[in-house]
Design a protein around this ligand. Sequence first.
Ligand code: FAD
Ligand code: DHB
Length: 395
Amino acid sequence: MVKETRTTVGIIGAGPAGLLLARLLFKAGIDSVVIESKDREYVEQRQRAGILEQGSVDALRECGAGERMDKEGIPHDGIELLFDKQRYPIHFPSLTGGRQVMIYAQTEVCKDLIALQLKEGGPLHFECEALAVEDPKTDNPKIRFRHKDGEEEILSCDYVVGCDGFWGVARKAIPESIATVYEKTYPFAWLGILADVPPSNDELIYARHPRGFSLLSMRSPTVSRYYIQVPAGEDIKEWSDERIWDEIEKRTETNDGWKVQRGPIFQKSVLPMRSYVHEPMQYGRVYLAGDAAHIVPPTGAKGLNLAFGDVVTLAKALKHKVDTGSDELLNNYSDRCIGRVWQAERFSYDMTNLLHTDPNASAFEDRLQVARLKRMVSNPHAETDLALAYTGFPL
Ligand code: FAD
Ligand code: DHB
């Protein structure tokens, strides 16, 4: 006999989406159980996103998870676009009525939410792999999962939420016959590094260069996070630390004498890029949130923020159901998320195409790219559009 336990909301995945959802449900007095296939250390160290939109910052503060972020996070008033050796600042607050973004790494967001969940919230099982979601169309969907020692268990739920990322199992509970998948792959990837060196610039720099895109970001006053465009499928072994610094230096050369500062690299990896949307984001009593439902290329830092938008929307719908008995918000969950998802898809796609060098682009297309950038930094409407999208679409 397979052991069976029960909860109100079964959550697959302890990434940003699953962890924030568990926290929001705890605050709303709704029971949940989180099942995560990796161990705690792996989840806390996995290097990914770094930028929180205003709405994500607000959501963390409102659920009591913003204390360390407010001490250690670095608020940012803008970005710089760099092309043709010139830097152009885009100042968010003046263009958006006061909106900012916050540099606070996904690793730190996860650490804070895990610590809170283990202290105050419902069960969070690490090293337990969800194998399948069963009975999605009934009032009692179930998660079949396997413990580290191989023992299987069934978590019987009122609702199941798949926060299990792009490679998860929850999406498979939605029959292919009712689903539509929209997808695009890119001929390039990002090589990301963490280096023990103070950031070379106060603001983030998004740089377009004939050799390829680069992005200068940061993690703290002493740690820099830099990325360069590389061909899709690139082998990290091809990139010595010196080669990486040489390339960053060439791609961020300016004619104002400013120069990137080098330092010891302590982490490097190649990140694939894709755009992906799965519609609908729900089926019966199974809901998808975050990367389980959609992926954006990282240019513009939307992935984590979109995941947060989904779970804030879902937590409100579940609370509404508990308070009023009405299924209305739950039934509309996918429709309520999808507009925001597609705006983020559009923005991330546009930013990617605006700044990356496509190996197949013609000289004509290269000049168009520069013309688009020039328009962006010289027209207040274009600048405002960028600032509004970057700081976040409303939840
Ligand atoms: P995830 O963070 O993927 O979390 C899913 C969780 O589910 C994981 O912990 C996983 O272990 C768990 N899981 C999966 N399958 C199962 C299963 N069967 N059973 C139990 N648990 C399971 N965004 C940016 O904005 N900027 C960036 O620089 C950036 N870099 C990225 C680099 C990489 C390599 C990747 C993959 C993504 C990156 N992103 C970036 C995107 C951003 O990190 C994601 O959008 C964000 O992590 C989405 O959160 P999530 O909780 O939906 O999914
Ligand atoms: C970071 C990542 C992004 O994708 C981005 O657009 C900006 C910053 C980061 O990791 O800091």
